[in-house]
Design a protein around this ligand. Sequence first.
Ligand SMILES: [Zn+2]
Length: 242
Amino acid sequence: MTVNQRPYLTVPRLEPIPGLVHGFGDARWSEADLLAFAAAKGMRPVIMHQLHSDIVHRLDEAPGGTLEGDALMTNVPGLLLVIRTADCLPVLLVDEPNRAVAAVHCGWRGTEGRLLEKAVKALGEAYGSKPGDLRAALGPCIGPACYEVGLEVRDAFLRAGFPPSVFVERGHVPGVHVPGLKSKYLLDLKAANRWLLDGLGLRKTNVFDAGPVCTHCEPRLLSYRRHPADPRRMYNFAGLIP
Ligand SMILES: [Zn+2]
């Protein structure tokens, strides 16, 4: 990871889009920093109470209270959509022709619930967004080498239709049964969500990886698995400037 002057990562291919602001905050960027950034741009931040659900909110105006859910979308300039993460995958979706954006919180539960697929479909229903026009930016998340999950998680993904290739198996020698050995699996969150986007018809060239680093390994990022007691979260955002 190169040292960035700004405390958030951006996608170069999204930077030229007129009126769009986006970024994936690192450990240096606090909620107070995000609020100051929004105020300086005349934008209203929308920070949900995230639930690891598959709930998508369409915003036609600033919400009156705190929303509960894990994805936000809007075509209204002035709303800054925010996703808080520490290991989970933040995904930003941009529909330039229809001037709409979405921000999606993809942990393992949301991914298994196909939240990103629901968000893309919701963009289509709300704003006429076509998958072939959408651009997706994947932020930093925990990498597959560090993301061990149990057999029950793997089974849930397979039941949800994901291919086994989104997992790497550890502790298992093919053809050898070791009594008492429970296989562990390594989940590739980005691969699983890329697979969803691919199935919806997003072009591979329109899916960008803003942070090909592991939150668990990179000290400039926050990781729940590395520091479970640390309440801080990284602030990821997208919106249209008023
Ligand atoms: Zn790692």
